[in-house]
Each structure stands twice: as structure tokens, then as C-alpha cells.
Write a protein that binds this ligand. Structure first.
Ligand code: ADP
Length: 302
């Protein structure tokens, strides 16, 4: 099989592991920088050019689209789909998962557990927004943030008011969320491949920090998840339409709640902690998919 890995940097751990896993299984694999692709959108003959050549050799692509290049990256994935190439995660599912508001609306529609959350742009009444999620302490998030940037814990009502007003002054879209104190600064990352949780890890925040992102000094360890957590992760992945994703859960007093579904989950932490060949599992999943349905379902339908 000819596989394209859509990633900006072949040296990244996840990218190089996917290349290695594909080669081990005898596939032809290339890393393509999506920002260097250009597309011909003419009727009936969608094409992609890369460094002066036409890219039409791939049977499948594995998108590893960074949050900062979502717009262009998903357009390139869509173009591959229009050319009949299979994408492990469809462009429309990646776009869906990148929008925190849209994701949470979709997850809530399916009845998945979520922290009590309110969204706002410029509310007249900041107080009622705070009351909506049960008062302080509460978490305020910038909709565009990643890796814990733009996520603030406001311990008092006064602090919450000031932060909300500051964000509003910047014309930002924000989300105000119940603080799940009982999670104790830990969250659970479930790695889902093809509708199954293939590995899970707990991430614990560094002392004095409530955000458990590994980029913020969080520490990862192996964890056994409950059947309820497992089914929540699987349902969240299905709701977003993602074949490969990381589902982040918090253990709350009202059961597992979904914080985020990540369409390009990092492989380093989860492979190191679980000792599993997750990259190999992704390639095996791809092989099965290509055998059973050799083109995408959508062919780039938005
Ligand atoms: P990002 O997408 O920027 O990583 P997250 O929404 O995942 O932002 O939040 C970053 C971290 O902050 C999470 O991994 C979690 O540890 C902590 N966190 C986020 N929301 C809550 C919450 N409502 N209650 C408790 N902890 C939270």
C-alpha cells in the first residue's frame, strides 16, 4: 500500500513512529507537509501538487494536522478524499473536533457526560453566566486554545468576573466550565483506534498546577479504566466520526466527563506508558479499512 503521512515535521515522534510501523509492514510511505501542497480545484479533476510533482500515488493518508494549520490542513485532506484516497480521519471529522463549542454540542446531543459548561461571546450579565455553572471555583477556556494555553482556574467569583471581562475585552469566544475538583489535577487519555480503546493513561498535573497536559509538566502513568469510561471514550470517538483519536476524560462525582477529543493524538506518552505499538495498530486498522472499503465514504463531502 502507498501511504502518505500528512505532517509538517518527519522528525516528530508520532510521525516517525508511523513511518516505521508502515515500513515494518511492507508499505511505501512518505511524509508530506500539507502547507507545501497546492491544490487544483477545477471541475472533475481534483489534483494536489507537491514540490513540483503531482501527488496521485497514495491509497491512504494519515492526517497529523496541527491545531495552528487546521484550516489549510483539512482542505488538503478534503482534496485527497475528493481524489478517492482514503483518509484515516475524515476532514469533516477533524474540523468538527477542532471546534470546542461544536464538539461539546454534538457530545451533549448524544447524552455523553460533560462538565457543566456555558459558552459566551459578550454576555451582558457575567454573574448569571457564573451562576449557570454553579459559581466559583470555575474554569474559563479560550475556544481557540491548545495544550492548556488559555485555560484558567478562577478560584473566586471576583477572579472569575475579571478574567471573563478581560477575555471579552479581547473579543474572544470563551467557555465557562464547572471545575471538577474531585479529579485532583488528573485526567485520563484514552487512545481510540477503530472504535476500540487500545490504551489508556492517567496524566497528573505538576504540583501547584491544575492542568495535566504533558507539555505543562504533567506526568503520565498506566491506568485501568472502568467499563463506563471505556464506553464513554468509544461513544465520544464515534460521535465525532474519528477512527483514530485521543479522548480526554475527567473522573467526576457524576461519572466520567469528556473534556476533549483530539484528532491527532501524540503517540509518545501513550506508547511509552503502555508499552504498546500504537503506531502499528493504526497501520493495521488502515489495512483492514482499505481491504473492506477502498475509497472514503464522503469523497470530500463537507
Ligand atoms: P487544552 O485543549 O488546551 O489542552 P483542556 O480543556 O484539555 O485544554 O484543559 C487542559 C487541562 O486542564 C486538562 O488536561 C485538565 O487537566 C484541566 N482541566 C480542564 N478543564 C477542567 C475542568 N473543568 N475541571 C478540572 N480540570 C480541568
Amino acid at each position: 500500500m502507498k501511504i502518505g503521512i500528512l505532517s509538517r515535521n518527519p522528525k516528530l515522534y508520532s510521525t516517525s513512529r508511523l513511518v516505521e510501523a508502515a515500513r515494518e509492514r511492507g508499505h511505501d510511505v512518505r511524509v508530506i507537509d500539507v502547507l507545501r501542497c497546492y491544490m487544483d480545484i477545477t471541475s472533475h479533476n481534483p489534483t494536489i501538487h507537491y514540490k513540483g510533482e503531482e501527488l496521485n500515488e497514495f491509497d491512504a493518508v494519515i492526517p497529523r494536522i496541527g491545531a495552528s494549520v487546521t484550516f489549510y490542513g483539512t482542505a488538503v485532506v478534503r482534496q485527497f478524499e475528493m481524489m478517492g484516497c482514503y483518509s484515516v480521519n475524515e476532514s469533516v471529522a477533524i474540523t468538527r473536533s477542532r471546534d470546542k463549542l461544536r464538539s461539546m454540542q454534538l457530545l451533549s446531543r448524544k447524552g455523553l457526560g460533560l462538565p457543566i459548561t456555558a459558552f459566551a461571546h459578550s454576555p451582558d450579565d457575567v454573574n448569571s453566566l457564573i451562576q449557570e455553572v454553579g459559581g466559583a471555583p470555575l474554569v474559563i477556556k479560550l475556544l481557540q486554545g491548545t495544550q492548556g494555553r488559555g485555560v484558567v482556574l478562577a478560584e473566586t467569583k471576583k477572579a472569575a468576573e475579571s478574567v471573563i471581562q478581560a477575555f471579552m475585552g479581547l473579543d474572544a469566544n470563551i467557555l465557562v466550565q464547572e471545575y471538577i475538583k474531585e479529579a485532583g489535577g488528573s485526567d485520563i487519555r484514552c487512545l481510540v483506534v477503530g472504535g476500540k480503546v487500545v490504551a489508556a493513561m492517567e496524566r497528573k498535573a505538576a504540583p501547584g498546577e491544575f492542568r495535566s497536559n504533558l507539555h505543562r509538566g504533567g506526568k503520565a502513568s498506566l491506568i485501568r479504566i472502568t467499563p463506563e469510561e471505556r464506553s464513554t471514550a468509544v461513544r465520544a470517538a464515534k460521535t465525532m466520526g474519528l477512527n483514530v483519536c485521543g479522548v480526554d476524560l475527567l473522573r467526576s462525582n457524576h461519572g466520567p466527563v469528556v473534556m476533549e477529543v483530539n484528532s491527532s493524538p501524540g503517540l509518545r506518552g501513550i506508547e511509552e506508558v503502555s508499552g504498546k505499538d500504537i503506531a502499528g495498530m493504526i497501520i493495521s486498522f488502515l489495512e483492514k479499512e482499505i481491504e473492506s472499503k477502498p475509497s472514503t465514504k464522503t469523497r470530500g463531502r463537507g
